[in-house]
Design a binder for this molecule. Sequence first.
Ligand code: MG
Length: 289
Amino acid sequence: MRYVSFLYNGAARAGILDDSGVHPLPAEFASLTDYIARPPRERAVLSGDTTLELGEVKLLAPVRPHKNIFCVGRNYKGHAEEVARASGKPLNLPPVPTFFTKAPTSIADPEQELHLSPEISKEYDWEAELAVVIGEQCRDVPEADALSVIFGYTCLNDVTARDLQREHLQWFKGKSLDNACPIGPWIVGTDEIPDPQKLQVQLRINGVVKQNANTSTMIFSVAQIIASLSRGMTLEPGDVIATGTPDGVGMARTPPEWLSDGDTVEVEIEHIGRLCNTISLAVPATAAR
Ligand code: MG
């Protein structure tokens, strides 16, 4: 099953997507996050609403968690190697996952133009990632059971202001600017993805492949990430975990490359879909308040 959040006639709705189109969920579900939070028996059958064409709706970020997005740093061997090389440090693979978070206000919609101010950072970088959406409240989940707490998977771009990430020591600020976390275009349920460690992850800028790796090369598997993160810490329905990025980020290139005004960035993950955003580095005329 594929799940979408969308705007139609000015109203945000949740729905199920199949080959015939978008089937809106009953309006009693205020959002897809609300739907995911219900026990499976309450996730009602489809409403009798009309089927909408995908082109008739504007897709929104499938979930907007009320708390920070969990992220894993350096979780592909190739990326750990390129970061060590670029920073002139020896390669030390992490013994446990490196967790950090992004502010929920950083989330952006599929196809949304990502406004990033050139006055705030000169070094906007890309990170294609498989994102996991948690389906139930859980804690201390054993690795062997970890896939059972997942609702589904989506694409995520962990856009990073490298200069801010460096200057502030803690990564939070450089990872959390507005528009720095586009996700989507939809959530694919676990029924369609029995094994998350067999997915090709690719990122293209203006059609040029920059990242291309398989989730089989993760250092910590999705199950190991959930087991580690949930140890002594409650995870909730709708929580999003970004599982790390492969090699090919801009900072590790020679010379380094950064996102430019007008760039089209695509994150495509096998069996999930393609998340596409354009970049705007225009200086805003007036600061939003
Ligand atoms: Mg990342």
